[in-house]
Design a binder for this molecule. Structure first.
Ligand code: ADP
Ligand code: MG
Ligand code: MG
Length: 900
């Protein structure tokens, strides 16, 4: 007969921490604490294997289980010196759920089991406290009714409230015994009425039903949801712990509480707890009464308080991590009822890890592995006060959900266009820019806004990429909102939000809420800096930033960037004084006019590059030559319609022939440049080949800037990058063109600047012929946004239309534009690296897509031997930590293998 039940009590336990999978988190740690000699009420745990058998056998208890339970129950009665169902000294137990990972509040627990009409009087006589015994009984009927008999808790609570109202008291300890006795009768009547049977009086039957109900609580809806969100397998199941009750509701020298060994919000090293006197555990957790601070315990029961702090300290040292504990004091005597690693904020995670190293409890590698890289992001952005956000949602102020594109919390007045955003921001108002989708022209508005919300677009849509780069909270693809630009309002679920109305945007969760939700500002602590310093010592993968301006570059260095992996030169074309020249260039009737326009752009670009080189102080800077199709710089759809209307009007009136001619030219150009599929159209190096003068100007600007900076400051390292290469011909031609001009500038200025010319690998074909490409490319950078788009054949601007469905149906494990698809896209990368380095060993290889800031993608980049990852400045801490973790794990795996 398999062992299905494990006992713990009087200083000895059959289980231990090592049996987490079998006994669940709660059960195994109760066993562990018992073995440590910490005061824990005795009890026993039914294994998850018993649960599995129960589930497999159509919900029948496994053979022999009940015999083992009764045997352990006998032992328990012996140890506790009381009898289950005994009329004089009854044993009461709790029946608790517990999975191998904690699922707080998701499953069920029943307290005070063993009470019936006889034992309740025995308990009253024995303790000399009738009120207490009845209080336990009414709690038991409520929890048993709820968990086992499926009568909604509210049905009981309503009766309790009615009694309190009738007596004119606020809290339940104020209800005197006679009224409690009546209440218990009301509860029993309620059970009879709802189930057609009396409340079960046989303690053994109560126990069997409760064990079964706790087994079943694995399948309640909230538990299923929680497992789905947290990726917990459905077949892990729950253990059931049955343990002797201790009573926090035995009067003023009793009470119950929950505590953290350190502050879970900040990580500060002080005990952080809540305590309720004359109460049972579920009162604290359910928030029925507002708990006092731990001072209540300290002042009234100083000995129990001191012991609690000592135990907290001991548990922390034993588990080498911050603990979250449950405790109860019964007439001055302390008992521990649970311990587990405490959930904590991102800030606290870093602080606790660093402090534990300083306290010599853990080593640096362990500390580095303790913090989830993605959480670092939360430290760097303002965030919503969780309680206030929960309140907003409870008040039905949730307007819509979209894709969480860039994390952080933003509150502001709604505006519907970039100009208004800029204007209002200048006037000192904080605004949220709401657009059907954003285009590069909205940049100024996005800068001015506190947060961004779009109805369309995916995670690598323009709005998302730019917002992440700016560190602005952003939600895209919120398809529940209908934006009406003309009437300056949007509609969501029947609610109309007008320009100027306040909304709150949670970019990390994708939630849009009406009115203001309270925010909390981040602070970069010394612990954070020290922690990332340790990460840098461990990692071998370089970390660079994607940055388009000197300001971004400066921020990137503050966050620890070792260079810039991507400067997008087109963003420099959108500044108001430049866009006119860019349009002049595009619409030039002949090459002389085009060259004249280009000549005017040159000084602007040169100035940009000087600023960026200076900010990076000699670190490498990769500059991508013009990438997007030219029509992006021309009037958009709306403006185009206006142009056509204006022309018809002038034509009809027969006036202003000059303006008409200009309009016609503009309209014709827009039409000529219109493409059916611009993402796969005339862009990237294809532009550089058909318009060599544009790339020529950009290379000249880069090299002149480099020479200026080299001459004055000395150090500069430009890397000129050709986008969207797919064939050897494209690579060779663009390489040679660029080189000729670059060498020309060096010769003219006489400043010997070292530079390199390389390419993005984003067309799958380029990766496949990487050995040839590498003959003419001095470095590679994987543009994984486009590479993912072309490998999957998913348009990144249209994914929002189907991806949510795909994710929900688990057709893809994650958004491939956020988390690198290692199996497909990753394979292409592997091939590209291997073939590229076959031609050019030691080839410098990076990645500059959105994936550069995603932890699992960074780990992949480390494994395939990339030189660096490049990501937006705000993601740099994440990449630094993820790279360090990749190194540590690799070393651990390596030494494990060596040991065999
Ligand atoms: P959850 O997982 O929801 O926290 P628990 O099984 O931990 O559920 O129990 C709920 C509450 O009841 C906790 O506050 C716990 O401390 C308390 N509790 C559980 N067992 C006992 C017991 N034997 N004596 C006193 N209080 C208990
Ligand atoms: Mg608990
Ligand atoms: Mg690209």
């Amino acid at each position: 007969m398999a062992k299905l039940v494990y006992f713990f009590g009087s200083g000895k336990a059959e289980g231990s921490s090592l049996m987490r999978n079998l006994l669940g988190g709660k059960g195994c740690e109760l066993a562990e604490m018992t073995n440590l000699g910490i005061p824990v009420p005795p009890g026993f745990t039914i294994t998850t294997e018993a649960w599995a058998e129960y589930t497999n056998r159509e919900r029948r208890l496994p053979d022999g289980l009940w015999e083992q339970v009764l045997e352990n129950l006998k032992k328990l009665q012996h140890v506790a010196g009381v009898g289950f169902g005994d009329a004089k000294r009854p044993l009461l137990v709790s029946v608790r759920s517990g999975a191998r990972v904690s699922m707080p509040g998701m499953m069920e627990t029943v307290l005070n089991l063993g009470l019936n009409d006889t034992t309740v009087d025995g308990l009253a006589a024995w303790t000399g406290n009738e009120r207490f015994a009845l209080d336990c009984y009414r709690r038991f009927i409520t929890m048993f009714g709820d968990v086992v008999l499926h009568i909604k808790r509210e049905a009981f609570d309503e009766q309790l409230e009615a009694v309190k109202t009738r007596l004119g008291v606020k809290t339940d300890p104020e209800i005197p015994a006679p009224d409690l006795r009546k209440l218990v009768q009301t509860y029993k009547d309620l059970v009879q009425e709802r189930t057609g049977a009396p409340f079960p009086q046989d303690p053994e039957e109560q126990l069997r039903l409760a064990v079964q109900a706790v087994f079943e609580s694995w399948f309640v809806k909230k538990a299923i949801e929680y497992r789905r969100i947290n990726g917990i397998p459905a077949d892990w199941g729950t253990a059931v712990t049955v343990m002797s009750m201790v009573f926090g509701n035995l009067g003023e020298s009793s009470g119950t509480g929950v505590g953290f060994t350190r502050d879970p919000r900040t990580g500060e090293p002080h005990f952080y707890a809540e305590f309720l006197s004359n109460a049972q555990g579920e009162d604290v957790v359910a928030g029925i009464r507002t708990p006092e601070g731990i001072e209540g315990l300290q002042s009234r029961m100083p000995a129990a308080y001191d012991e609690l702090l000592q135990i907290a300290d001991r548990l922390e040292r034993h588990y080498k991590d911050m603990q979250d504990i449950e405790f109860t004091v019964q007439e001055g005597k302390l008992y521990l009822l649970q311990t587990r690693a405490g959930k904590r904020s991102a800030e606290a995670a870093v602080r606790v890890a660093v402090d534990l190293v300083h306290e010599h409890v853990i080593d640096r590698d362990t500390a580095l592995l303790r913090v989830r890289p993605a959480d670092l992001n939360k430290v760097l952005h303002p965030r919503f006060d969780e309680r206030d956000k929960a309140r907003a949602i409870a008040e039905s102020r949730l307007l819509a959900r979209g894709l969480p594109a860039a994390p952080g919390a933003a509150v502001g007045k709604v505006v519907f266009d970039a100009d208004t955003a800029v204007e209002w921001a200048k006037a000192g108002r904080t605004v949220i820019l709401v657009r059907p989708e954003t285009s590069p022209e909205d940049i100024a508005g996005m800068y001015a806004a506190e947060g961004i919300l779009t109805a369309r677009g995916g995670r690598t849509s323009h709005a998302a990429v730019v917002a992440v780069g700016m560190g602005k909270p952003c939600i895209v693809g919120a398809s529940d909102i209908a934006v009406d630009e003309e009437r300056r309002q949007f509609e969501a679920g029947g609610v109309i939000v007008r320009e100027g109305d306040v909304i709150s945007v949670d970019g990390g969760a994708g939630d849009v809420m009406r009115d203001a939700v309270e925010t909390i500002q981040p602070e970069l602590s010394s612990a954070f800096t020290e922690f990332l310093g340790w990460a840098d010592e461990r990692r071998s993968l370089g970390v660079r930033a994607n940055a388009d301006t000197p300001e971004d570059a400066t921020k990137a260095r503050e966050f620890g960037a070792q260079g810039i992996g991507l400067v997008r030169t087109e963003h420099m074309f959108f500044a108001p004084e430049r866009i006119a020249i860019v349009r002049e260039m595009i619409m030039a009737p002949d090459s002389a006019a085009r060259r004249a326009a280009i000549g005017k752009l040159l000084p602007f670009q040169r100035e940009d590059f000087v600023g960026i080189f200076r900010a990076m102080d000699g670190l490498p800077v990769t500059i991508r030559l013009l990438d997007p199709p030219l029509h992006e710089f021309l009037p958009n759809h709306q403006e185009y319609k206006q142009l056509v209307e204006e022309r018809s009007r002038l034509e009809a009136l027969g006036i202003n022939a000059d303006r008409q001619a200009k309009l016609t030219h503009l309209i014709n150009t827009v039409e000529k440049l219109r493409e059916a599929n611009p993402m796969l159209g005339h862009r990237g190096c294809r532009l550089g080949i058909t318009h060599p003068e544009i790339y020529g100007m950009q290379v000249r600007a880069i090299m002149e800037a480099a020479c200026i900076v080299a001459e004055r400051e000395g150090r500069v390292e430009p890397e000129i990058m050709i986008p969207l290469t797919g064939t050897i011909g494209e690579m060779k031609l663009t390489y040679e063109q660029a080189k000729r001009i670059a060498d020309g500038v060096v010769a003219e200025t006489g400043v010997p600047v070292k530079y390199s010319i390389g390419t993005m690998i984003e067309v799958p074909r380029a990766a496949l012929i990487a050995d040839q490409i590498a003959q003419h490319a001095e470095f590679f950078s994987f543009g994984t946004n486009d590479l993912t788009q072309m490998t999957f054949g998913y348009s990144r601007d249209d994914v929002a239309k189907f991806l949510p469905d795909y994710l929900q149906k688990s057709l893809v494990p994650a958004d491939p534009f956020a988390v690198l698809d290692q199996e497909g896209v990753g394979e292409i990368i592997r091939i590209g690296i291997e073939r590229g380095r076959r031609t050019r060993p030691g080839l410098k290889i990076g990645i500059c897509g959105e994936h550069g800031g995603d932890p699992s993608s960074v780990e992949f980049c480390h494994r395939v031997g990339m030189t660096y990852v490049s990501c937006s400045p705000f993601m740099i801490p994440i990449a630094r930590l993820a790279a360090a973790q990749a190194s540590i794990r690799e070393r651990e795996a390596g030494s494990g293998a060596a040991r065999g």
